[in-house]
Ligand binder design. Structure first.
Ligand code: MN3
Length: 215
């Protein structure tokens, strides 16, 4: 017990944050998201957020050990920590929010919550799609729990609704990366086609799990 605790602290203090592995292979989300996009997005983009976050944290004395603490208190930190910490947090969540061979339908408890907030699953999808389409430039579209209600909104760059600096707030239970790096190789400028494809690979079990945890 003591040994494993010591070991854990040692790992955190020397390496801070690590790039998590994808929960599936690079080509698992094809044809909706192609292998090369996943390789570059995960290894290069997410990899760079982790490396740059660790570098920026070297300057911080007594930085928190969890990414959640850093995100929630982002006003205390530099812009580099806000951007790269957000990048690490958002992408770690994003990979798990997708899965191969999804059936496109929400799980039971989630469907009830979506129906009660948005009238129907289709209405939720069209409102979320609209928010993701209308977001200008780089950022994320989110489904959040805020004061026990489900809400849709967006953030710019790598901001997250949990950040104290974010205008749109809540506990995110689903999120879509609308940076061009997420879709440009396959979809070029066609963000609408990317969003439409993404609905086929949403991991609704994960969204429901996050909904239950947020309550
Ligand atoms: Mn991205």
């Amino acid at each position: 017990m003591t040994t494993s605790t010591e070991k854990k602290i040692e790992i955190i203090s020397t390496e801070r944050f690590e790039l998590p592995s994808l929960p599936y292979t690079y080509n698992a989300l094809e044809p909706f998201i192609d292998k090369m996009t996943m390789e570059i997005h995960h290894d290069k983009h997410h990899g760079a957020y982790v490396a740059n976050l660790n570098k920026a944290l070297e300057m911080v004395k007594d930085a928190p050990l969890t990414i959640e603490e850093i995100i929630k208190n982002s006003s205390n930190y530099s812009l580099a920590i806000r951007n790269n910490g957000g990048g690490h947090f958002n992408h770690s969540m994003f990979w798990k929010l997708m899965k191969p061979n999804g059936n496109g339908q929400p799980t039971e408890k989630l469907a009830v919550a979506l129906n009660s907030s948005f009238g129907s699953f289709d209405n939720f999808k069209s409102k979320f799609t609209e928010a993701a389409m209308k977001h200008f430039g780089s950022g994320w579209a989110w489904l959040v729990v805020n004061n026990n209600k489900l809400e849709i909104g967006t953030t710019s760059n790598q901001d997250n609704p949990l950040m104290d600096v974010s205008e749109f707030k809540g506990v995110p239970i689903c999120g879509l990366d609308v940076w061009e790096h997420a879709y440009y190789l396959k979809y070029q400028n066609r963000r609408a086609d990317y969003i439409n494809s993404w609905w086929s690979i949403v991991n609704w079990n994960e969204v429901e799990k996050k909904l239950m945890n947020a309550k």
